[in-house]
Design a protein around this ligand. Structure first.
Ligand code: MSP
Length: 503
């Protein structure tokens, strides 16, 4: 089984921030989850380097455009390992392989009679790199603003158009037959009502600047940045060679995006693809936006959250955990210091960390670090094992719907229940009265710590693996085939505290 997952490719007009990190980590969580299920996973990210917005940013910094995009693209690339993400490819839209793929897609659309030359006249937002109808804008004095308050400019130029209007009914049919192609449900509904509102042909080339991929056979035009950018998902797997192994194995893919770029991915992109005889994406998930202490994050307000700063302050796994446990995935969330401290202390220090720390130190001090395996369970033990199985099933069900917060919650319910079990069974008392039973209680608890840690690998790969190291769990057994009660004994390594408290 294969799983192809992509992040949006990031504009190189500014350095990476929390919003970008969020999209990338979300993909890493799903990629790691599918790897634990033994899927063949391909995880793509990269940078979106053409268009007016990027060209303007280079001009503002008085840098040659190519040098400018090289520098910022490298910054995005360097950020990935810092976020604990393991990717398979990093694509840049200024690479030759991509220019060739985008031009091939264009030529295919032309060959299929999907493109015509005409004139475009209308509103354009450089910030969104998007065309707007006047009805979608807010009038302010003599000018118009986008819903998010940005200025638009009136452009009038010769332009190639894609026959998007031809695809209105086909898209509706497709989404009716594939209700899981867009998630969450509210985003699916948003797309359906947008399509029902009517689709106009889409301008797909520009003539007033040069920083883009040349339109085949017409040097006056560069491609509209979105047709160029969306094509990256095909470039990485070898387009235009649709018969190569990678393409056959991984397409169609799963696109993780933010809610602001839903229209491009869920309407334009599947229409381009169908028009080029390629299957539409398997699934598009649109996540929400983060605010900073209640305020919209923006360059002009100066409240952009730097991933380096917060990760250096709280720890990588702590941030990954907070971002995906705190907010139902798909909703907007607020990044606040108070919420972080509460969440990390309650779940990581007091629940997971505390269980691991007290059990492993107890084993080292009182059992010579050695716990024998056991399969003679009491009724209470069996109940806990049943509860573990139930939580693992729920965890999977939620992960398969990208309800990442709910999946994490299942593991923490299991950990809480295990803390209660330990308090009730009290191995520190059994030490004096029944050493065999003490061993068995510890054995079951270690198994639950092991299984919970495997389930938490996608979220907190480093910490979960450190805990599995303390438990001496074989590297080859750190996957979902091993969410069982081991038949081996446990030998505990010297424990170190993993989750310090935050003040
Ligand atoms: N280049 C386009 C995507 C092309 S994909 C073929 C683009 N780039 S972007 O850099 O502006 O944004 C990338 C992603 O970051 C988007 O999914 C966007 O939703 C996300 N975020 C930007 N700010 C964000 C928050 N404050 N919170 C969460 N995510 C946000 O769009």
């Amino acid at each position: 089984m294969s799983f192809y997952i992509t992040t949006p490719i990031y504009y190189v007009n500014y350095k990476g921030h929390l919003g970008h990190a969020y999209s990338t980590i979300a993909c890493d969580i799903l990629a790691r989850y599918y790897k634990l299920k033994n899927f063949d996973v391909y995880f793509l990210t990269g940078t979106d380097e053409h268009g007016q917005k990027v060209e303007n940013a280079a001009k503002e910094s008085n840098t040659n455009t190519q040098d400018y995009v090289d520098k910022i693209s490298q910054d995005f690339r360097d950020l990935i390992p810092f976020l604990g993400c393991e990717i398979n490819d990093f694509i840049r839209t200024t690479e030759n392989r991509h220019k060739k793929a985008a031009q091939a897609l264009w030529s295919k659309l032309e060959e299929n009679d999907q493109i015509y030359l005409s004139n475009y006249e209308g509103w354009y937002s450089v910030r969104d790199e998007a065309f707007y109808l006047e009805s979608e804008l807010i009038k302010k004095g003599d000018s118009f603003l986008t819903q998010s308050g940005d200025t638009v400019e009136w452009i009038k130029e010769e332009s190639y158009f894609f026959k998007l209007s031809l695809w209105q009914n086909k898209l509706l049919e497709y989404y009716e037959e594939n209700p899981n192609a867009i998630a969450p449900k509210s985003r699916y509904n948003e797309v359906i009502s947008f399509i029902k509102g009517g689709l106009k042909d889409l301008s797909i080339s520009r003539t007033t600047f040069k920083w883009g991929i040349k339109v085949p056979n017409n040097d006056n035009h560069v491609m509209y940045v979105w047709i160029d950018a969306l094509c990256n998902y095909l470039t990485s797997i070898g387009y235009p060679d649709v018969n190569n192994k990678k393409f056959k194995k991984f397409w169609p893919g799963f696109h993780m995006i933010g809610k602001d770029i839903l229209r491009f991915h869920a309407i334009y992109w599947p229409a381009f693809l169908m028009a080029a005889d390629i299957n539409p994406p398997k699934r598009i998930f649109a996540h929400g936006w983060w605010t900073n202490e209640g305020q919209k994050i923006s360059k002009s307000v100066g409240n952009i959250i730097d991933p380096y700063e917060i990760i250096n302050k709280y720890g990588l796994d702590q941030i990954r955990f907070f971002l995906f446990r705190e907010v139902p995935f798909g909703n907007d969330g607020d990044f606040s210091k108070g919420a972080i401290a509460n969440r990390l202390n309650a779940d990581l220090s007091n629940n997971y960390g505390n269980l691991v720390q007290r059990i492993t130190t107890f084993c080292v001090k009182n059992c010579n670090s050695y716990i024998k395996n056991n399969s003679n369970f009491t009724k209470t033990d069996k109940n806990l094992i049943e509860f573990m199985k139930l939580k693992f099933d729920e965890y999977n069900r939620f992960m398969n719907e990208e309800k990442i917060d709910k999946s994490i919650k299942c593991v923490f319910e299991l950990l809480s229940e295990t803390n209660v079990y330990i308090d009730t069974e009290a191995p520190w008392n059994l030490k004096k009265t029944n050493k065999d039973r003490m061993n068995d209680v510890l054995f079951l608890t270690l198994n639950i710590i092991k299984n919970s840690s495997i389930m938490l690998i996608p979220i907190m790969p480093d910490s979960a693996n450190k805990i599995l190291d303390i438990l001496n769990v074989n590297k080859t057994e750190r996957n979902f085939d091993h969410i069982t009660i081991s038949t081996n004994d446990y030998k505990i390594n010297d424990p170190k505290p993993i989750f310090p408290r935050i003040d």
